[in-house]
Structures are given as structure tokens and as C-alpha cells.
Ligand binder design. Sequence first.
Ligand code: ADP
Ligand code: UDP
Length: 236
Amino acid sequence: MKKLEQLYEGKAKKVFATEDPALVIVDYKDDATAGDGAKKGTIRGKGVVNNRLSNNLMKMLEEKGIPTHFVEELSERETVVKKVEIVPLEVIVRNVAAGSFTKRLGVAEGTVLKAPTLEFSYKNDDLHDPLINHYHALALELATQEEIDTISDYAFRINKILSEYLLGFNIRLIDFKLEFGRLADGTIVLADEISPDTCRFWDATTGAHLDKDLFRRDLGGEEEAYKEVMSRLLGE
Ligand code: ADP
Ligand code: UDP
């Protein structure tokens, strides 16, 4: 499978066409942004870690009954995925208060939530991905009720599967963002990526951040932390 023309370049990945109109190749970059694009930089080796980790986690989720876009890892930064029409929602699941949740609701970071929560943001860079509820999503025709039900069900199932899996590597899953897409026949599948860019991972013993918060908050050590997650999960 080879790359044809570039269809899109985002902040963290490039997307290329292939000979098969149903498949695209994603190419993971080391570029990192934070604070709605205000902070830009690179995390050396991030593209490799995110590609390999995301593929590994998606394969694991598939085995547990969650349909994903994953098809085949081509190289350390490139993967063939099913081309989808992205549902323009950032689907955020939280187990522990952190980030924007703490600021918005005045809850201390680290507070364990009584039950996992689900949030939707409208995926729209010009509007800075505003928080919306599912009525907004319906009113704006971002997704149908049936799609929202499917996405919500998958999101909570993914949370349970991933939380248990990561705890086996002494990692707590604090919160994470998912994106879903529609295949040509309308089937909803998990798309985009699952990585330290899109999840908050805390060491279960020390509470150390093992994710992009190190970069976002200028704490340092992000390169090592990303590699640490890869070495725990993939043993390398
Ligand atoms: P952003 O667009 O936020 O800068 P990226 O740099 O990660 O993000 O770019 C990857 C783009 O590819 C995103 O817009 C994402 O929604 C989209 N995408 C992810 N998976 C698929 C897929 N399977 N098919 C088509 N587009 C996808
Ligand atoms: N997240 C993401 N992309 C975004 C916004 C959030 O991947 O554009 C992830 C983030 O890594 C975290 C979760 O979603 O795991 C919740 O993020 P939050 O709303 O707390 O936003 P932040 O504090 O990162 O602005």
C-alpha cells in the first residue's frame, strides 16, 4: 500500500489517499500544540510512540468488540486506516477531575468522580471546540440520535476496557478524548488516535504525569514520559 496525494495536514498527523478509495494512510508527526494552538513545539519521537500505541490500543479494543478504523501498521509512523467521515464531535470521558473540568466546575484536580462523565465538544477550530450537549449536536445536525447513542455506549465501554487494561501497567486513566467516524455504509467506528496526546495518564503509584500535560504546562520530561508509556505497554 503506498501513499498517493496528501488529503490533509493537521496539527499532529498528515492524511494521504491510497489506491483504495476506502482506505487512507495516516502519518504521525512530532509536532505538538497546546492552548488552542498558542503553544507550538515538538516532542521528539512522539509520532512513533503515538502511532504504535494507538494501533496497539485499537487492536485490543477491536478484540473486545469495539469497531475501529485500524487496518494495518505500515511503518513506525504510518498506518493504513479505513477512511471515515469524521463526526464533528470531540467525545471526552472523565474518571478524575483535571484540566478544563477543574477550571469550569471548581473541582480540585485529582478528585475522583462519583461516576464517569461524558462531554461533547463541537470539533470546530474557528470556534475553539466549544462544549455542547447532545441537543446541540442534534439541532446542528452534527449526528443523529442513533449515532449519539452508539457513540456514548462505545465511549463508556472503551473507558472501562482501557482503564482496566492500563491499570495492569500501573497507569491510571484520568480522562481522554475520542473521535468517531462514519464508514461509507454509515457504520460508526472509533477513529483518530488514542495516545498520550489525547489521554491523561498518571502513574498509579507516584501520580506522575505520563502525557501531554508535561508539554502543555511546561513541566518538561515529555519525551521520556511518552517513551515510558510505550515501554510499559509494548515492552520496548
Ligand atoms: P487536527 O485536525 O485536530 O489538527 P490531526 O493532526 O490529528 O488533528 O489530523 C488528523 C485528522 O484526520 C483529524 O482531523 C482527524 O479528525 C482526521 N481523521 C482521523 N481518523 C480518520 C479516518 N479514519 N479517516 C479520515 N479522517 C480521519
Ligand atoms: N483533549 C484532546 N484534544 C483536545 C482537547 C482535549 O485530546 O482538543 C483531551 C485531553 O488530552 C484530555 C481530555 O481530552 O485527556 C480532556 O481535556 P480537557 O477538556 O481537560 O482540556 P484541556 O485541559 O486539555 O484544555
